[in-house]
Design a protein around this ligand. Structure first.
Ligand code: MG
Length: 427
């Protein structure tokens, strides 16, 4: 007897037309990649390379620190436009010509240079395309706004632009227009598919704890930049790696989660999980907790964001459940790592406060990497700047200028604090 037609229907709770139909776009999805030579950008291009037929890279933008790499990328993917904020057009053209000659390929993308070039590339005409913002730091805000205003789906790895832009970004974005690339928020977005908004009790962001997990404040006196840059589970750029060591990265991610998912701060918690396999969890009202796990590899959230809401096949190898394995979860040591509590405070105040927090941290991290500030001085500086900034009063974020002004003030305050600390450390 053959099966009845009824029994071959997909289960009504499983979305999709057919249990076997995988996403295969009829034409490759156009992509623009901002920060293409950085950690996120290069991994995104790996995903594109390993999934032929799914994506077409139309535009690339980068700072220009790795011009040769940018040129090779532009030639390999045959892009229409290249934007470089930190080099002049002649340098870019020369790099493109050299890369084209080396590859034996013709390549003549339009070259845009100058501070606005990333924004121009972000708003480059795309038919149903995705803009991946993989720029590091709050300079990613203007391109984020440009992509949103142009109506693109924004795959957002540049969390700073959401944090410093706050309501400016969330008021422009239409529902679903921002797709998170940050691994924790990608995990949350996936866990949230398991229930309705009213059923959410808490978001639980996991944190690896960084290289200094388990140490107390007194143990962190005099730790070096090399130690702070040795992240146990993730390979990332230097700023985010230092931010992981101070837990400022997690602090920023708490604000990011609040802005992305509109869940109040008192219902967003952080759990330390050193294996970095559970990327975040959502607790529902019935006592269920839904977790997302995979080996730590940014290609996974990047691929999901580029293909959103679809999953690509074979992006990374899954967890190997044949191996005995244990996972550890522990609370955050808020005394040694106060950044998360400071972020909750500035996030709750809102307006320009998160921008000041972030700017003070960017200033402090660059001083630390340059050897002008000790490790504990990073968050101590941020804490001092936040106090001073809040005492002076926050203002609403109506446009980019409001953000830039708050950042300028906070950076100046941070430089003063750093100079004072350096002065007092001199015998
Ligand atoms: Mg993250």
């Amino acid at each position: 007897m053959s099966q009845s037609p009824q029994s071959r229907q997909p289960h009504p709770l499983l979305p999709g037309q057919s249990p076997t139909a995988l996403w295969q776009p009829s034409t490759p999805r156009p992509l623009v990649i901002l920060g293409s030579t950085g950690s996120i950008g290069t991994q995104a291009l790996d995903v594109v390379r390993s999934h032929p037929g799914y994506f077409r890279v139309v535009g690339l933008a980068a700072g220009g620190g790795r011009l040769d790499l940018l040129a090779r990328q532009a030639v390999e993917f045959g892009v229409e436009v290249v934007g470089v904020t930190g080099a002049d057009a002649d340098q870019v053209e020369a790099a493109l010509a050299a890369a084209a000659a080396a590859a034996g390929q013709a390549s003549a993308p339009k070259v845009l240079t100058g501070p606005d070039s990333a924004c121009e590339v972000a708003a480059w005409p795309l038919d149903d395309g995705v803009v991946l913002n993989g720029i590091t730091g709050s300079i990613g805000l203007a391109p984020t706004l440009a992509a949103l205003r142009a109506g693109r789906i924004l795959a957002l790895a540049n969390k700073e632009s959401l944090i410093v832009g706050g309501p400016l970004v969330t008021s422009i974005a239409t529902p679903g227009q921002i797709v998170p690339v940050d691994s924790e928020h990608s995990a949350l977005a996936q866990c949230l598919r398991a229930g309705r908004r009213e059923e959410i009790r808490r978001l639980l962001l996991t944190a690896s704890g960084g290289p200094f997990r388990g140490r107390r404040r007194r143990d962190l006196v005099g730790v070096s930049a090399a130690e702070a840059l040795a992240h146990p589970t993730w390979r990332m750029g230097p700023v985010i790696t230092v931010n992981s060591a101070t837990l400022v990265n997690k602090a920023l991610e708490v604000i990011e989660a609040h802005l992305l998912f509109d869940v109040p701060f008192d219902r967003i918690d952080v759990v330390v999980h050193p294996q970095s396999v559970v990327h975040s969890m959502v607790e529902f009202i019935d006592g269920s907790t839904v977790a997302h796990c995979s080996p730590p590899n940014m290609r996974l959230p990047i691929a999901l964001a580029l293909a959103w809401p679809h999953r690509l096949a074979e992006v990374i190898p899954p967890c190997d459940w044949r191996q005995a394995t244990s996972w550890v979860f522990e609370p955050v040591d808020g005394e040694t790592f106060p950044a998360i509590d400071i972020a909750r405070r500035v996030g709750t105040v809102g307006h320009t406060a998160p921008a000041a927090f972030n700017a003070a941290n960017e200033e402090a991290v660059s001083a630390f990497l340059a050897g002008r500030l000790d490790f504990l001085g990073i968050v101590d500086t941020v804490a001092e700047v936040v106090e001073e900034f809040l005492a002076a009063g926050v203002s609403p974020v109506r446009d980019l200028d409001d953000v830039l002004e708050a950042e300028t003030v906070a950076r100046r305050m941070a430089r003063d604090v750093i100079a004072r600390r350096a002065g007092s450390a001199t015998p």
